[in-house]
Design a protein around this ligand. Structure first.
Ligand code: DAH
Length: 343
């Protein structure tokens, strides 16, 4: 009975030492000292052989019970200490201000488009849409611009198949990336009955090299108004109203005769304002427009003797560059947040 009575006090000492370990390293050291391969309980096991035969089973059982209990306590202590080690070392100060997440906003071109749409909505226009992959017929031919028309040269551009050469018909429609939003005029007139009052904002594609004022893709807004007895005076009044809404009441608008194959007469719209003067100019060209050509009405099956209308198209980038004083169109497409965050 040499060490049988030592087991319980030894266990108590081991428990005390394990529980006192301040961190995981100390805990592992304490484990080694008591129940590791060179620990005191392992040594006791080895001494079992020295006991009288009848004491061996009881002693072995006691030692094993103590070891099992110590193992269980060890596991619990280890997980407590692991949790402690994972906790922040410095207390969290919940009264500190939070970290602000940067909030995104609408792209300046979207903002300007929304403003233009809002201005037109006030006078009864609705938004229409058409495909960016357009066919030659809707982009050119139906707009009175046949394949051999000189106006087509600058716009014959990103084809997705071979161009028709001799002109597209309804049955033969090679596709291309639309060069202007004027194609939406035709799509609307094909699908609705007069009168119509629509605007169509959207992306267009041109064979232009990128520079400060050009980009191979840009955005236009198209307008079409068809009713009985529509005049160029209505067109001018509408354009004046919208530009004053967008750029202030000091805006003046001037129409200059021009040529577009889908309008007759056709004009270019110049406008003048304090902002334009700041840019060192008296007038700035902003849009093309005119009275819908009778042939265009014929092409969609509307009687030109009954229906009259006007149309216009202008570049959204240009309308954003003027009020904001942006001098390079490429800034809109670079997605540099230092630029975008200013709007
Ligand atoms: N489509 C022309 C362009 O891209 C702009 C334009 C001119 C549109 C006259 C019109 C219009 O609707 O009547 O340059």
């Amino acid at each position: 009975m040499s060490f049988l009575n030592d087991i319980e006090p030894m266990k108590q000492s081991a428990l005390a030492e394990l529980k006192a370990a301040p961190d995981l390293a100390a805990l592992e050291r304490a484990k080694g000292a008591w129940i590791g391969p060179h620990g005191k309980f392992t040594a006791l096991m080895k001494q079992l052989g020295t006991l009288p035969k009848e004491d061996k089973p009881a002693a072995g059982k006691l030692i094993n019970q103590a070891k099992t209990e110590l193992e269980a306590v060890l596991t619990q202590l280890r997980s407590d200490l692991e949790l402690k080690a994972a906790l922040p070392q410095v207390a969290t100060d919940f009264t500190l201000p939070g970290r602000r997440r940067p909030v995104g906003k609408l792209h300046p071109l979207t903002q300007v488009t929304d403003e233009i749409v809002r201005a037109f909505r006030k006078i009864g226009f609705v938004v229409a849409d058409g495909p960016e992959v357009e066919d030659e017929y809707h982009c050119f031919d139906s707009l009175n611009t046949p394949a051999d028309h000189p106006a087509r040269d600058t716009q014959d551009t990103f084809y997705l198949g071979a161009p028709a050469g001799s002109g597209a018909t309804v049955a033969n429609r090679p596709e291309l990336l639309r060069t202007h939003t004027s194609s939406v005029q035709i799509r609307v007139m094909e699908s609705q009955k007069p009168p119509v009052r629509i605007i169509a904002p959207g992306r267009v594609y041109r064979r232009d090299n990128a520079d400060a004022t050009h980009n191979p893709t840009f955005h236009q807004i198209e307008g079409l108004y068809v009713d009985k007895g529509v005049t160029a005076g209505d067109l001018k009044g509408t354009v004046e109203f919208v530009f004053r809404e967008l750029m202030g009441s000091d805006v003046r608008v001037r129409f200059r005769p021009h040529y577009f194959s889908y309008t007759e007469p056709s004009f270019e719209i110049d406008f003048s304002s304090a902002l334009v003067k700041k840019m060192g100019k008296e007038w700035l060209e902003i849009a093309g427009c005119g009275m819908v050509h009778p042939q265009v009405f014929e092409n969609v099956g509307w009687d030109p003797e009954v229906w009259t209308g006007w149309a216009f198209g202008f570049c959204i980038e240009r309308s954003a560059m003027i009020p904001y004083g942006i001098t390079d169109i490429r800034l809109f497409y670079e997605n540099d947040v230092r630029f975008l965050a200013q709007f």
